[in-house]
Write a protein that binds this ligand. Sequence first.
Ligand SMILES: NC(=O)c1ccc[n+]([C@@H]2O[C@H](COP(=O)([O-])OP(=O)(O)OC[C@H]3O[C@@H](n4cnc5c(N)ncnc54)[C@H](O)[C@@H]3O)[C@@H](O)[C@H]2O)c1
Length: 261
Amino acid sequence: MSDWLGLTGRTAAVTGGGSGIGQGCALALARAGVIVWALDRDEAALADTAQQAADEGALVTGIACNVTDVESVRRAATTAGAVDILVNAAGISRPGTLLDVSAEDWQRVLDINLTGYLTTTRAFAPAMVERGSGSLIHVASISSRNPQPGSGAYSASKAGVALMSQQLAYELGPSGVRSNTVSPGLVRTPMTEAYYQAPGVAERRDAAIPLRRVARADDIADVVVFLASERSRYVTGADITVDGGFATTLMGTVPRPGYDG
Ligand SMILES: NC(=O)c1ccc[n+]([C@@H]2O[C@H](COP(=O)([O-])OP(=O)(O)OC[C@H]3O[C@@H](n4cnc5c(N)ncnc54)[C@H](O)[C@@H]3O)[C@@H](O)[C@H]2O)c1
């Protein structure tokens, strides 16, 4: 079956396209025949994504862009022109409980992870509305519904993304524009690599997941490609959890005598 996804010749903008999940999404979309603009504040990382795509005979063009700067995002949208697909993946995390996190870190996390997603949506979605079609895909997290120790601002930002996406689906559905989230669990990327360098962490994390391995960026990217394509044309306001089953394991965390195994 050739080009089942039907994405050849489509266009996409991918924020955070220089690294990790965003880079994985940019490359996976490009492999599917999409003309991809990768937006990131890290220009060296963008060059790496473009080179990796070129090595595979695909096309990703980098645009230096800071998603917290409305003018920077507007310029990027002007350069890219109307796109069919927007993937929001640029994000950060900062340690701190809600009582301890500094006001600056709280604000920074919300500015990038939540407001940044809205700013790019506001820059790219109007052209989709005008054309009567488009797919918005926001990388959220299972942290949006599972409080994570020492990560108060991050979880709140991702919960905001989840509702923002549903709100967009409701508002833009009549215009033919879809909005969905993917919620990864544990993914090994430059953001999280330091954890895996600590002795035993990679093994313990693999063991905690029903599918027995932490995700790679391409595990998430393949689901994003599906949501970008017409194969998901009737899916909007939805969230797809991509966590190897990790979020199903709550009941396994407590002892239950007589029911072991
Ligand atoms: N890694 C995980 O385990 C995991 C799990 C769930 C969700 N996520 C989410 O996936 C997304 C990607 O995370 P990742 O692990 O690939 O991280 P990453 O650090 O590897 O990549 C994030 C990219 O975003 C860019 N970026 C950050 N701030 C920016 C800004 N203001 N403007 C433009 N670009 C900016 C960075 O330069 C970087 O290239 C994030 O939203 C993250 O919260 C990650």
